[in-house]
Design a protein around this ligand. Structure first.
Ligand code: SF4
Length: 347
């Protein structure tokens, strides 16, 4: 581990090279700056997952990593975790947090990927913006130790914001890093981080995020439902969990109903062979997608639920257009009552 650079030419004026886990948030930025100030080159890895820690989608914990990297002089590489991340969400070795968030497995996976990159380019150590005791489960001392051990980074993982409270690491022992120039932050208060941000001229940073979509109840329930009922998970199935209201009609069949124009457009994008769409034409209406068994019973139920969310929901009969493959037919249904729709809603 460590050693001299092989594939990437190290900046000769620097005394070492660190790989950072970088979300674009305040803590990981400060961790990087604390190390940059010790004449260490930093390459930051920003991980993209299907669950919202994604710079293209601000619904999760990510934010655009490039402006701050440019300002302080470090490189950013985007790393897609894709299928590997879905595997740990499906069966986390270290369990879930409050919802479907497998934070410990997630940190281990990100660090394992960072280690592969560190070894590949011959960097010296890895840094993260973790702070002891800041977040439940994954940032208490036993978890930090477990994460370090499981990622195969014992001694090579530096948490500059809490470094003075943790065991001395190898880069500190071999003189690459000066412990005294790092911090002793613990707990949830952000006072010291805000002081450092001011000191470093870091003005534009996102407010702390609670985590990715997996930390939210609604999204977690939809994901749990998908994992329970689908034999194979396609990336599109995961994408659709962010869109619309979801109704479980039977073990094989799900209905997704758009909440607004934006949802309707996304739903149409995922309309594929075998899926059936439902819509009340010539009025304000959601687009709904029936995925699974297009039995008469399911189509009727899907149509009544679609009618319940269209502008004509107060009239006794609404005409719903059903399109399945190349066939379109219209059926007249009574809009479902709120209670009837609620019965099938995945909350
Ligand atoms: S909230 Fe947890 S599971 Fe989600 S990205 Fe952050 S560490 Fe990973």
């Amino acid at each position: 581990m460590g050693g001299k650079p092989t594939m990437e030419i190290m900046n000769k004026s620097k005394s070492g090279h660190a790989i950072a886990l970088f979300s674009g948030g305040l803590d990981s930025t400060l961790a990087i700056i604390l190390v940059l100030r010790q004449n260490i080159e930093v390459t930051a890895l920003t991980f993209l997952t299907p669950f919202g820690c994604d710079i293209a989608d601000r619904s999760g914990c990510g934010s655009d990593p490039y402006p701050v990297a440019q300002k302080f002089g470090f490189n950013v590489k985007l790393v897609h975790l894709g299928g590997k991340f879905i595997d740990i969400v499906t069966a986390p070795r270290f369990g879930y947090g409050k919802n479907m968030n497998p934070c410990i497995d997630c940190r281990i996976l990100m660090l394992q990927e960072a280690k592969i990159y560190m070894d590949l380019i011959g960097a010296d150590f890895i840094i993260t913006g973790e702070v002891i005791g800041q977040r439940p489960k994954s940032q208490f001392r036993p978890s930090l130790n477990l994460i370090e051990r499981e990622s195969g980074l014992k001694g090579y993982l530096v948490r500059p914001l809490s470094a003075k409270l943790l065991d001395e690491t190898i880069p500190e022992k071999n003189g690459l890093l000066n412990r005294e120039l790092m911090e002793r932050i613990s707990g949830r208060s952000r006072k010291r981080q805000l002081e450092l941000a001011k000191e470093f001229g870091l003005n534009d940073f996102p407010s702390p995020a609670g985590g990715c979509l997996l930390t939210t109840i609604g999204y977690s329930n939809r994901l749990r439902d998908l994992l329970t009922h689908a034999d194979i998970i396609h990336p599109g199935d995961i994408e659709l969990l962010r869109v619309g209201r979801h109704f479980r009609l039977d073990p094989q069949t799900k209905l997704i109903v758009g909440r607004d124009e934006n949802d309707n457009e996304k739903i149409m994008k995922y309309l594929k062979t075998g899926y059936l769409s439902l819509e009340a034409l010539n009025t304000g209406s959601p687009v709904a997608l029936l995925i699974g068994n297009p039995s008469e019973e399911n189509i009727n139920r899907g149509a009544t639920i679609t009618a319940r969310y269209c502008d004509l929901k107060y009239i006794s009969q609404v005409e719903i257009t059903c399109t399945h493959q190349d066939t379109t037919k219209c059926i007249k249904v009574r809009p479902a009552t709120p209670d009837e729709a609620e019965k099938y809603l995945i909350k």
